[in-house]
Design a binder for this molecule. Structure first.
Ligand SMILES: Nc1ncnc2c1ncn2[C@@H]1O[C@H](COP(=O)(O)OP(=O)(O)O)[C@@H](O)[C@H]1O
Ligand SMILES: [Mg+2]
Length: 317
């Protein structure tokens, strides 16, 4: 099977400063690739190269089977892009915006009207269809962006931080729309800073940091890699935090981390139910009063922390 998106060793520098240092990506057709990384990691630069808006200094990439550098026209005919700077005109209504794009795509009068009506409906924009786009809420506006992007039925969609700054309800609506599009056969590359979003949508995730892919895999595999279950207890008597951390270190056989501000102690607990029972019995025998006792499974947050190094300086945005 050919990949719908493939990038090999992409490099890019701006003013001598490298921002992509050899990015490799691959997305099979009909899947969602999540590109997850903090501000400044190089996500938008990567998307701009893959969508032919920017030339790479080195490396190569193909989208829908066409080389992005040599066959830009073929690539552009098969992709949709929504980004932080949108193509939507604020003075036109939602319906007019979509109709304009339909004309640019030469879908024909009747064809355009049919498709625009269907999209307005499907994207929950029918009630707002005749308002100027500039007056729409952030969530509706983002839906309009996405509708504009899929009007030409692109095979490959690039969604650059599609839900950044959106309220949770709008975010969920957009997630459902993306799932719909993929169900219809599209391939999606989605960049995000939200681990939760990558977890919810992506078949595979590439974690990028400072212009490099530092991990790649399914959400489940990445979580397994980051590690182990972790027990957290919250104490009834905050003064006992340090002492309880020492006790938990002994009981669990791993270093426990006290959090005095919350009167909490966390400790790795990889041994499952047996470990849990032993630790609970040990705390009880020592007379430690606990107000909360929770086992945490690893999350993508843990992955991100483990990979990028917690406490390191944020890369410049
Ligand atoms: N046109 C440009 N000129 C100079 N620097 C740029 C340009 N575009 C991006 N950068 C820099 O490249 C780095 C990566 O940016 P970007 O790809 O936008 O990251 P992300 O989308 O992950 O936040 C940032 O440090 C950014 O300031
Ligand atoms: Mg960006």
């Amino acid at each position: 099977m050919t990949a719908a998106i493939r990038a090999e060793g992409l490099r890019k520098a701006f003013g001598g400063r490298p921002v992509l240092r050899g990015v490799d990506l691959e997305a099979p057709a009909g899947t969602v690739l999540g590109v997850l990384g903090p501000n400044g990691a190089g996500k938008t630069t990567t998307v701009r190269i893959l969508t032919t808006l920017l030339a790479a200094d080195a490396g190569r990439a193909s989208v829908a089977g066409f080389d992005v550098a040599a066959r830009g026209r073929e690539v552009r005919r098969r992709i949709g892009l929504t980004g932080q700077s949108t193509a939507v005109d604020g003075l036109l209504t939602a319906r007019e915006n979509l109709a304009l794009i339909g004309r640019l795509l030469r879908l024909g009068r009747a064809g355009t009207r049919r498709r625009v009506d269907a999209l307005l409906d499907r994207f929950g924009l029918a009630a707002a269809a005749d308002l100027p786009a500039a007056t729409l809420s952030g969530g509706l506006r983002r839906r309009l962006d996405l509708a504009a992007c899929v009007l030409g039925e692109p095979a490959v969609l690039f969604l650059d931080e599609p839900t950044t700054g959106l309220d949770p309800v709008s975010r969920t609506v957009l997630w459902d729309l993306v799932r719909d599009l993929v169900g219809g056969g599209a391939t999606v590359l989605l960049t995000t800073q939200y681990l939760e979003e990558a977890d919810a949508l992506a078949d595979r995730i590439a974690v990028v940091d400072a212009g490099r892919v530092i991990a790649e895999g399914t959400p489940a595999a990445l979580k397994r890699k980051a590690g182990r279950d972790r027990l957290e207890v919250v104490l009834a008597r905050p003064a006992e935090t340090a002492e309880t951390a020492r006790l938990l270190t002994r009981l669990a056989g791993h270093p426990a981390r006290p959090d005095p501000d919350r009167a909490a102690v966390a400790v790795p607990l990889p041994g499952g139910l047996d470990d849990l029972a032993r630790v609970a019995a040990g705390l009880s025998a020592a007379g430690v009063a606990v107000t909360d006792f929770t086992l945490h499974r690893p999350t993508l947050d843990d992955v991100f922390f483990a990979l990028t190094g917690a406490g390191e300086a944020e890369p410049a945005a």
